[in-house]
Design a protein around this ligand. Structure first.
Ligand code: COA
Ligand code: MG
Length: 298
């Protein structure tokens, strides 16, 4: 198996409808860290077979500087099997699995990938997995089950739209625009579930793609909470997301000072009259790691 950690987990995942070659070409110019070629909700059922062909050709021929992920259909559908049977020959970097119920779904997908990779002559274990882990009612109760699901698992993400449909809600936001409790809970448990599994937490989409200021503020909050990447639906969102995941120079300076305060090897230190111990050190190291990622990727 190729360890999943050998490639960095993207800060940005841009969704591209799997039947749009025009948008695939455009996405390459935008340079997100990853694209998600969608075979699920962004493609009409009547276009799915066409989309499979387009996505597979793209994977076989397209640029490889950005990670290429594919969102397949939910695992219980025949469409998911058709999706996988088509696309693995193109050696995608990963599969986004929608409407996941628990870690058991990830384990099942992982076994299917073993077979397909061997059949297609693709390195075994190379195709990674990121479930959309909050799209069914059951899924909300199983966010702690991903830990040993598969070595392919690199992140968990969440979604509010399918979850609201699943529980029979008419809306998922309050009149002031903030998410209702169920979706805030799902987001929080996604973050904790990802960290419990030792993988990245990836923030959901920001649907209002003309509202860059809202996206920026919301993504800065997500970073503060512990998310390290975000999915996007429109090219204009990619640069905003990258910027939001770049620590400010003040944050970076402070993080370096915190790390410096531990230089004598003791477990507790003081800086500017405040006590620091290991959690502060880890936070500082996270900031430095994120800054280095931004530096490397631009
Ligand atoms: N990826 C790549 N290119 C995209 C894109 C995307 N996700 N979204 C828009 N573009 C392109 C458009 O094709 C257009 O290019 P052009 O000028 O060469 O024609 C340009 O960016 C500007 O697009 P704009 O006119 O602002 O938006 P639109 O009305 O064409 O498209 C959406 C709006 C929402 C339909 C489109 O952004 C989209 O398809 N998003 C992804 C949807 C998706 O995959 N959803 C599933 C996950 S929730
Ligand atoms: Mg959906």
């Amino acid at each position: 198996m190729v360890p999943a950690s050998t490639n960095t987990v993207p800060r940005s995942f841009l969704f591209v409808p799997g039947d749009s070659e025009r948008k695939m070409a455009k996405a390459e110019v935008i340079k997100p860290d990853a694209i998600i070629l969608d075979l699920e909700d962004a493609v009409a059922a009547s276009r799915r077979e066409t989309a499979r062909g387009i996505v597979t050709s793209y994977l076989l021929g397209g640029a490889k500087q950005i990670q290429r992920w594919v969102r397949i259909n939910p695992l219980h559908t025949d469409d998911s099997l058709r999706d996988l049977a088509a696309v693995i020959q193109g050696a995608p970097d990963g599969i986004v699995l929608p409407k996941t119920n628990s870690g058991a779904d990830v384990s099942q997908l992982s076994s299917m990938l073993d077979v397909l990779e061997v059949r297609e002559g693709v390195a075994r274990g190379s195709v990674r997995i990121m479930p959309v882990a909050t799209e069914t009612a059951e899924a909300v109760f199983t966010l702690g089950t991903y830990r040993a699901s598969s070595a392919r698992l690199v992140g968990l993400t969440w979604g509010a739209e399918d979850l609201s449909a699943a529980v029979g809600a008419t809306h998922n936001r309050r009149p002031d625009g903030t998410y209702d409790d169920l979706y805030r809970t799902a987001r929080t448990l996604c973050l904790a579930g990802a960290k419990a599994a030792g993988v990245s937490a990836i923030e959901t989409i920001w649907a209002d793609f003309r509202d860059s200021a809202g996206l920026q503020a919301d993504t800065v909050t997500a970073r503060r909470l512990g998310f390290s990447g975000r999915m996007a639906i429109h090219p204009d969102q990619v640069a905003v997301i990258h910027e939001a995941f770049r620590p400010s120079s003040e944050e970076l300076d402070y993080a370096r000072r915190v790390i410096g305060a531990f230089a004598n090897g003791e477990g507790a230190a003081s800086l500017d009259g405040k006590m620091l111990d290991m959690p502060h050190m880890k936070q500082a190291q996270n900031i430095v790691a994120m800054a280095e990622k931004s530096e490397k990727k631009g």
